[in-house]
Design a binder for this molecule. Structure first.
Ligand code: BTN
Length: 243
């Protein structure tokens, strides 16, 4: 399966994920197709948030995978491999990035990329997948947002087309690795890059600051945090990193 088998480049769209979903419904996209946009008027983030990016300065795209036939329980694998493809690429251009669970990409305490995976499910199987990626490339001003870009971090490669090409290669590599080796190896690399893995740091849980150590993820992708001598599983709404 090749990521980037075809590329539709739009000047403006509401959201590349929405556009991909629309074309998928009409059966107009083959596996690996990319929707790329210069501007999104209603870019979507996780949990109903908006994704803001200055026009023409950042990479905004969605890539579609068709008929993947993965189990619904494995959806998190898609986030993991996408996040790893981004950190792999940033590493190659001299930017040391970390993954903030579940799938934000951070440089220090600033976000450089976000991922929104959406799926079509039939029974217990994932059929089609839309992986939406926003990567800050040339934007130099984020107002009050805790955000950064390749340009601000002094990365060595900065045209949006080059970044897209490299990222599509990286996604293909990580996808093939998952197909060949399965999800355990992917999890191993994910944990290796995870902010706070096996380190004592503070998290906010039910409004309280708690010290804990990330020990791993459970089979549903929940965060396993050791607090004192007890390890508990948390989902996204229950825990956040403290800075
Ligand atoms: C997040 O961190 O909240 C996820 C952000 C995902 C943003 C990308 S930009 C391209 C694609 N289209 C969207 O509407 N969202 C994703």
């Amino acid at each position: 399966m090749l990521f980037g088998s075809s590329i539709i480049h739009l000047t403006t769209v509401d959201s590349t994920n929405n556009y991909a979903a629309k074309l998928l419904k009409e059966n107009l996209l083959s596996s690996g197709a990319v929707i790329l946009a210069d501007v999104q008027t209603a870019g979507k983030g996780q949990r109903g948030a908006q994704w803001e990016a200055k026009a023409g300065e950042n990479l905004l795209f969605s890539v579609v995978l068709r008929h993947v036939n993965m189990s619904v329980g494995d959806q998190f694998v898609l986030n993991q491999l996408s996040a790893l493809a981004i950190t792999d690429f940033l590493g190659k251009i001299g930017i040391s990035a970390k993954l903030k669970w579940p799938n934000d990409v951070f440089v220090g305490d600033k976000k450089i990329a976000g991922i929104l995976v959406e799926t079509n499910v039939s029974g217990a199987q994932i059929k089609d997948v839309i992986i939406g990626i926003g990567l800050n490339v040339n934007q130099s001003d984020f107002n009050d947002l805790r955000a950064t870009s390749i340009f601000l971090e002094g990365g060595s490669l900065s045209t949006i087309d080059e970044v897209l090409n490299e990222l599509l290669k990286g996604l293909t590599t990580r996808w093939l690795m998952y197909q060949k080796e399965g999800k355990d190896l992917l999890l191993h690399y994910y944990l290796e890059n995870l902010l706070g893995y096996q380190e004592l740091r503070n998290y906010t849980i039910e409004g309280n600051e708690v010290e804990g150590k990330i020990e791993g993820l459970d089979e549903w992708g929940r965060l396993l945090l050791k607090i004192g001598s007890e390890t508990k599983a948390f989902d996204l709404k229950e825990i956040s990193y403290c800075w």
